[in-house]
Design a protein around this ligand. Structure first.
Ligand code: AMP
Ligand code: GLY
Length: 418
C-alpha cells in the first residue's frame, strides 16, 4: 500500500482482515498503519523508488492510494517491472491531474458537466467573471487536494482568488455553478472496461458546520444515501461512468483502478463536478466499513482485468459515518506535534499522525484522525461516530458536528441530500 492517510489506513485495515493476504506493507504509512503492516520509507512522488521497493519486497500487488504518485506514473513503472498494480497509468490519471483534459474527455463522451472557461491572462478575468455571474466557481487548474476551489457569491472574493493564482503564473478555471446535493460514486474499473460501482457516499467538504468556511480535503462522510432514488447508481454508471471509461480507452489511455465520480444531482439530472483517479478520502473510510466482500481479490481482479469474473459485492445492510478530527489551523497551516490521547482501539483511522520516540502519538498533518461509526441506520451510525470522537483528545483539534445530519431528517427515499 502506497500512501499515508486515513484512506490508506482503511484499506490496510480491510486487507489485514483478509485471509488471502499473507504479508502487508505500507509506505510511508502513519502511526495507525504501522500497527497492521510493515512500515517502509518511500518518496511517493518517485515512481522508480516505489517500483524498487515493491520489487525488493517481492510484492504481488501494489495498491496506490493518493493521486500524486499516479499522476507521476507510479502505476506505469510498477507494471513495467512485471508487478500487478491497482491504479491508473499517468495518461489515464490525467482525468484528475488536468482539469482541462477532464473537461475535454467529458465533452467528447457527451457527459453533462459545468460550462467552463480557462483564463490565463488577468486582462481577460473581469469579462469572464461577468459572463458567468454568481455564484462564482473559481478553480486552480492544478492538483490542489480539494483546496484550490473557491465558490462564492462575492465577486471581490472570486477576483482575489483568481488574481492570486494568475499572479503565481497558474491558469484559472471558471465554471458555471451546479446546484444540488453532491455525491461521490466510486467504481472499480479494469482493463476490459468492466465497471463495478461501490456504495454511493456523501462527503462534507467545507470546514464548518452548515457548510460554512473554506473547502478542505473532506471533513466527514456517510454511506449509503438513504434519500437517493434506487436507480441512482445504475443511472450514473450508464450515463456517466461507462461513456467516460469508453472515451479514455478510445484515446489510448484505458483506465484501471478506482474511478471516482464527484457529481451534483441537479434538477436537470446528475452532472459531473470532477473525476478523481483514486479512492476518495474520507468516503473510503465509510464505504470499506460496509464492504463484506474480502478486498484483496477484488483489488487484484481490478489490476489484472478479471473483474467480470468476480461474484457480486456483498454489503452490510447498515450505515457508516466518518468524522474527521482536524488540527488547529486546518485547512490553513495546521499546528503539528500535539499529543493525541484516547485514540486507541476500533473506529479510529490515522491520517496526519506520527509515533514519537517516547511512544506518544502526535499530530503530523492537517487531517489527523478519521473516526468511524457504524449502525443499523444513519442515525445510529452518527451516534457511534460522535460518541467515539468525544473520547479522543487533541489540543486545538476541531471537527464538524453535523456530518450526515441533514440526511437523517430525510430518510425513506425522499430525494433531498443536504
Ligand atoms: P473540486 O476540487 O473540483 O472537487 O471542487 C471542490 C468542491 O467545490 C466540490 O466538491 C464542490 O463542493 C465545489 N464545486 C466545484 N465545482 C463546482 C461547480 N461547478 N458548481 C458547484 N460547486 C462546485
Ligand atoms: N473526498 C474528496 C476527495 O477525496 O477528493
Amino acid at each position: 500500500m502506497i500512501g499515508a492517510g486515513a484512506r490508506e489506513h482503511a484499506l490496510v485495515l480491510a486487507l489485514a482482515d483478509d485471509l488471502a493476504v499473507t504479508a502487508l506493507a505500507c509506505a510511508p504509512g502513519n502511526a495507525g498503519t504501522a500497527a497492521l503492516a510493515e512500515q517502509l520509507a518511500v518518496d511517493v512522488t518517485d515512481p522508480n523508488a516505489i517500483t524498487k521497493l515493491a520489487s525488493s519486497w517481492s510484492a504481488d500487488l501494489v495498491v496506490v492510494g493518493p493521486e500524486l504518485p499516479l499522476v507521476a506514473g507510479a502505476a506505469d513503472a510498477v507494471r513495467a517491472a512485471g508487478i500487478a498494480c491497482f491504479g491508473p497509468s499517468a495518461g489515464a490519471a490525467r482525468i484528475e491531474g488536468s482539469k482541462a483534459f477532464a473537461k475535454d474527455v467529458l465533452t467528447a463522451a457527451g457527459v453533462p458537466t459545468a460550462r467552463s472557461e480557462l483564463v490565463d491572462n488577468p486582462g481577460r478575468l473581469d469579462a469572464a467573471l461577468n459572463h458567468f455571474g454568481p455564484p462564482w466557481v473559481v478553480k486552480d487548474d492544478r492538483l490542489a487536494a480539494g483546496k484550490g476551489v473557491v465558490v462564492t457569491d462575492d465577486l471581490e472574493v472570486a477576483r482575489v482568488h483568481a488574481l492570486t493564482l494568475l499572479d503565481g503564473g497558474h491558469p484559472v478555471l471558471l465554471e458555471s455553478y451546479l446546484d444540488g446535493p453532491e455525491i461521490s460514486l466510486f467504481c472499480l474499473v479494469d482493463a476490459n472496461a468492466t465497471v463495478v460501482p461501490l456504495l454511493a457516499a456523501q462527503d462534507f467538504k467545507r470546514v464548518g458546520d452548515g457548510d460554512a468556511g473554506p473547502n478542505t480535503g473532506g471533513m466527514g462522510a456517510y454511506a449509503p444515501l438513504p434519500w437517493a432514488p434506487e436507480s441512482l447508481t445504475a443511472d450514473v454508471v450508464r450515463q456517466i461512468v461507462v461513456p467516460v471509461v469508453a472515451e479514455l480507452a478510445r484515446r489510448g489511455v484505458p483506465f484501471t483502478g478506482l474511478l471516482y465520480a464527484g457529481l451534483a444531482l441537479t434538477t436537470a439530472g446528475p452532472q459531473v463536478i470532477e473525476f478523481n483517479c483514486r479512492f476518495g478520502d474520507p468516503e473510503t473510510q465509510v464505504v470499506l466499513a460496509l464492504l463484506r466482500t474480502p478486498p484483496a481479490g477484488l483489488l487484484m481482479a481490478t489490476a489484472t482485468g478479471a473483474l467480470a469474473q468476480q461474484p457480486p459485492l456483498q454489503w452490510d445492510s447498515g450505515a457508516a459515518v466518518v468524522v474527521v478530527l482536524a488540527a488547529e489551523g486546518y485547512p490553513g497551516t495546521p499546528r503539528i506535534g500535539d499529543v493525541i490521547t484516547g485514540a486507541e482501539g476500533p473506529g479510529i483511522l490515522h491520517a496526519g499522525t506520527r509515533r514519537r520516540d517516547d511512544g506518544a502519538v502526535v499530530s503530523a498533518g492537517g487531517r489527523v484522525l478519521s473516526v468511524v461509526g457504524t449502525g443499523a441506520d444513519l442515525a445510529a451510525a452518527r451516534v457511534h461516530a460522535y460518541q467515539r470522537v468525544q473520547q479522543v483528545h487533541l489540543p486545538g483539534g476541531h471537527y464538524r458536528s453535523d456530518i450526515g445530519l441533514p440526511a437523517t431528517r430525510r430518510e425513506n427515499g425522499r430525494f433531498a441530500g443536504r
